[in-house]
Write a protein that binds this ligand. Structure first.
Ligand SMILES: [Fe+2]
Length: 354
């Protein structure tokens, strides 16, 4: 069975990570080398020379072409070999795979699957990361755990109350039931939690000036596997949402994650927070960055531990039947379980959704 859903866009890198230096990254088990052409376009090629499989990321850029650091096989941006040492004729089959990439609002997305099926219209929306109406901070945390654990984590925000107490967690997050809806046509999972007249978490108290009580909405839009957007709305209690764009008195944050599998047991946790208040305020940005880095690290630490627990249990002989602990799910797991089901269906589907 496949481990990574195919024919999907995955966040491969922040725009700032890819330049004129060769940049190697494994996405869904595929080794890829990224670079920019002289005019700034992003190129993604298989990171293995056709000759002796030497990583091309250890080679050298010659203009827009990539020369292998072992024997000098040279490839153009399409992955076609245009020069080999010691002979004029380049073997017709000498080409490395090239990947479709889209650079959009500070993220570089790569298509994993059949190149011919790459659907440019299906790149998930992340415009808040490059929009004059929003100020953004973000980073990437390498996570030594399978991607499903990060999906579980982000779809069940009740963990904020316990794992992120003192940051974004307050008692009401875990106490408030969620609404879950799967849109099969759009392949999107929506999970909502609307809290009214609740405690303002320190994260927002310091950055908005609001104080308890507040109305706090968390509306998740998840497009498996990679794209996660948490629409967060905070307002002094009782401020009602107006017409589109007219939500006077409320502030909004978009918490984005790009969940990108590296290998079966490791994941890139791309994270960003965009806000529509305190625009351009460096102090608030610094505060958000510090706070969010800690929140992400708390998740990374917990999931690293969980990966070890699960990987140990998967070694069938290592644990006796008595030592095995089954999962037990409750009402708040409805969202995360729906997410797992969507991913299971994508993996089982003979013609993956494109
Ligand atoms: Fe978390």
């Amino acid at each position: 069975m496949r481990v990574f859903p195919q024919n999907q866009w995955y966040v491969a890198a922040w725009s700032r990570e890819v330049g004129r230096d060769l940049f190697a990254r494994t996405i869904c088990g595929e080794q890829i080398v990224f670079y920019r052409t002289l005019d700034g376009r992003v190129v993604a090629l298989a990171d293995r020379c056709v000759h002796r499989r030497y990583p091309l990321s250890l080679g050298t850029l010659r203009g827009d072409d990539l020369e292998c650091g072992y024997h000098g096989f040279t490839y153009d941006c399409s992955g076609t070999c245009i020069q080999v040492p010691g002979q004029e004729r380049v073997p017709r089959t000498a080409r490395v795979r090239s990947y479709r990439v889209v650079e959009q609002a500070n993220w570089i997305w790569v298509w994993i699957g059949e190149e011919a099926k790459a659907d440019l219209a299906a790149v998930p929306d992340n415009h808040w990361l490059d929009d004059p109406g929003w100020t953004m901070i973000g980073g990437m945390a390498p996570l030594p755990a399978r991607y499903q654990l990060l999906v579980d984590n982000l779809l069940d925000l009740s963990h904020e109350t316990y794992l992120h107490a003192g940051f974004i967690g307050t008692p009401e997050v875990a106490a408030t039931p969620i609404q879950t809806e799967v849109d099969h046509a759009e392949q999107v999972l929506r999970i909502s939690r609307h809290m009214h007249g609740v405690e303002c978490p320190p994260f927002y108290e310091k950055s908005t000036g609001f104080s308890t009580p507040v109305d706090r909405w968390q509306d998740i839009e998840y497009r498996p596997v990679c794209s996660y957007v948490l629409h967060s709305r905070i307002a002094p209690a009782g401020v009602l949402p107006g017409d589109a764009g007219g939500d006077t008195g409320a502030v909004h944050a978009k918490i984005l994650y790009g969940i990108t599998p590296e290998t079966e047991h490791s994941t890139f946790d791309f994270w960003a927070v965009a806000r529509d208040f305190a625009l351009g305020d460096a102090e608030v940005s610094d505060f958000f960055e510090r706070m969010n880095q800690e929140v992400v690290q708390q998740d990374v630490d917990a999931l690293t531990l969980l990966e070890r627990v699960i990987a140990d249990e998967e070694k069938a002989d290592a644990v006796s039947e008595h030592g095995r602990v089954q999962e037990l799910s409750i009402a708040i797991d409805a969202g995360a379980l729906a997410g797992r089901k969507m991913i299971r269906e994508m993996l089982a589907s003979p013609t993956p959704t494109s």
